[in-house]
Write a protein that binds this ligand. Structure first.
Ligand SMILES: C[S@@+](CC[C@H](N)C(=O)[O-])C[C@H]1O[C@@H](n2cnc3c(N)ncnc32)[C@H](O)[C@@H]1O
Ligand code: SF4
Length: 483
């Protein structure tokens, strides 16, 4: 039995708060004999939460019947769980849990009227430490023009296209789809994707929507063959006719793996108006790339980047992960040496998360994962190097189920931030989506998240039920924009 498991019984509102705090302490749910049993109760004037460890009552926490009361209980629970794990009662993020800390920052900014007041609230109520407060203030300040409430933003949307294929499965990734070469119905997928995109185009016209940004991710969109890649990007590029300005719109395509990119696919993207691509090294050592199943070399990254700089107008993002099997601090120094010489417009530093469903989670290379302290040092080193080279952080998110106090940070050279990444992270603009596994979210101030639709992850289910899915999307648009 896993030591870090819990089970909750009790009212739902308290349960969802408990789930967040247990996640922040690295606990996962487990029904059969969990280490921690948590029993919640809604009484006349308060909630109570009884906390049992292996059947022995450790504490009972109480809080008022409000969100604040629930958060108070959550904070107490986090302290107890961390202490029992031999950790300091609170880490750098205090009692602030959840994957999007800047989302709360913006909400507090709206409610309290200033960034300073938001900082003060996070300091006193959530006990967030000064370095994290400084990071949040910097990121939220840069994001604010995109997320401040405004009257004319209701019909401004972003679009996400999801291509559900890769050529190999990286060991750390919980990618839920099949490999391209194993899937027998790629032509039907392409047909369905185009129909999905055309349907979305008709919705943009019907509801007089304006496009803010366009983003194609996956999987690996460039894993498609050249003709199929051209067909899907051409279908999506038609949406650019609904751009909010006459200026070229931000249009990103993830071309993460150099082994999936050809000059023809790059020319196709340039023709279709793509403005930004992602080329993702993860780490720049062949032995590590091989161990994580990437199927490309560090030299292939360098060659592709050079080619892109010479032959295309694209802005470039590069993703890295700290904490990969066999990775040491010296490797991260090499990675940052390369980045600071290449100077892509955006760099994203992730901390490795053990994701259920990934080969790593099942044990492949797990014994070679570096210690948490070494990972923290790598993340800190990246921050130092990137900031010294002129990069600034522009979005930040945390992983669920991580006891470590690191976070994932997107850095940008000033003025080159990816607007879509801010939009998806802060959830203040409707994002409509095309493709299996993608999600549409209809959002409006002041509550923001109002309606949502998730496309099925199974590509065949997506193909076979597309008509019903598109009918549902039409209905949700009508409900949202015609009330
Ligand atoms: C959804 S993935 C898609 C990127 C693209 N397919 C590629 O591999 O180049 C986006 C990024 O998330 C990061 N990532 C994926 N799985 C991760 C994990 N388990 N822990 C930390 N970062 C992860 C990687 O840096 C990856 O480039
Ligand atoms: S990291 Fe990217 S290329 Fe690797 S399996 Fe995940 S989505 Fe595919």
């Amino acid at each position: 039995m896993n030591k870090l498991t819990y089970s909750y019984r009790g009212p739902l509102p308290l349960g969802s708060v408990v789930a967040h705090y247990c996640g922040a302490a690295g606990l996962t749910t487990y029904k059969e004999g969990p280490t921690w049993l948590l029993v919640g109760e809604e009484q006349a004037t308060q909630y109570s939460l009884a906390v049992y460890e292996n059947g022995t009552l450790q504490a009972t926490f109480t809080g008022s019947l409000t969100n604040e009361g629930r958060l108070h209980i959550g904070g107490q629970l986090l302290r107890l769980l961390r202490t029992h794990q031999g950790l300091a009662p609170l880490g750098d993020w205090g009692t602030l849990v959840g994957v999007r800390p800047t989302k709360l920052f913006h909400k507090l900014w709206d409610q309290l009227g200033s960034a300073e007041a938001a900082i003060e609230r996070l300091r006193t109520q959530y006990e967030v430490t000064e370095p994290k407060l400084a990071l949040l203030a910097q990121v939220a300040g840069l994001q604010r023009p995109y997320v401040a409430p405004s009257a004319d933003s209701d019909r401004l949307v972003s679009v996400y296209g999801g291509i559900p294929f890769c050529q190999t499965h990286c060991t750390y990734c919980s990618f839920p789809y099949g490999l391209l070469q194993d899937y027998k119905r790629v032509p039907q997928f392409v047909e369905a994707f185009v129909a999905d995109s055309e349907h979305l185009q008709s919705l943009l016209a019907t509801y007089h929507l304006q496009l803010a940004t366009l983003y194609v991710g996956g999987g690996t969109p460039t894993s498609l063959g050249e003709a199929d890649f051209e067909t899907v990007t051409t279908a999506l590029a038609k949406l650019l006719a609904y751009s909010r300005t006459a200026k070229a719109l931000e249009f990103t395509v993830e071309a993460g793996r150099p082994d999936s990119v050809t000059p023809y696919k790059l020319q196709t993207m340039a023709r279709q108006g793509v403005s930004r691509i992602s080329i993702n090294p993860q780490s720049m050592q062949d032995s590590i790339l091989k161990a994580i199943g990437r199927g490309h070399t560090a030299q292939a990254i360098k060659d592709l980047y050079e080619y892109v700089r010479l032959h295309t107008p694209f802005q470039v993002n590069m993703d890295f992960i700290a904490g990969l099997p066999y990775q040491q601090e010296v490797h991260m120094i090499e990675n940052m040496d390369y980045v600071c010489q290449a100077m892509p417009e955006n760099v994203t530093i992730h901390t490795l998360a053990l994701k259920r469903g990934s080969p790593l989670y099942e044990g492949v290379g797990r014994e070679a994962m570096p210690e948490e302290k070494a990972v923290q040092a790598m993340v800190a080193y990246c921050k130092e190097r990137l900031e010294a080279a002129g990069y600034v952080p522009y979005y930040v998110y945390r992983q669920q189920y991580m006891t470590s106090q690191t976070e994932n940070i997107g850095y940008t050279l000033p003025g080159h931030e990816c607007e879509y990444n801010i939009r998806i992270m802060e959830e203040r603009q409707s994002i409509l989506s095309v493709g299996p596994g993608s999600s549409s979210k209809w959002m409006r101030a002041p509550e923001y998240r109002q309606l949502q639709q998730h496309m099925p992850k199974d590509v065949s289910v997506y193909i076979d039920t597309l008509d019903t899915l598109l009918g549902k999307r039409s209905q949700l648009c009508k409900q949202f924009w015609e009330g």
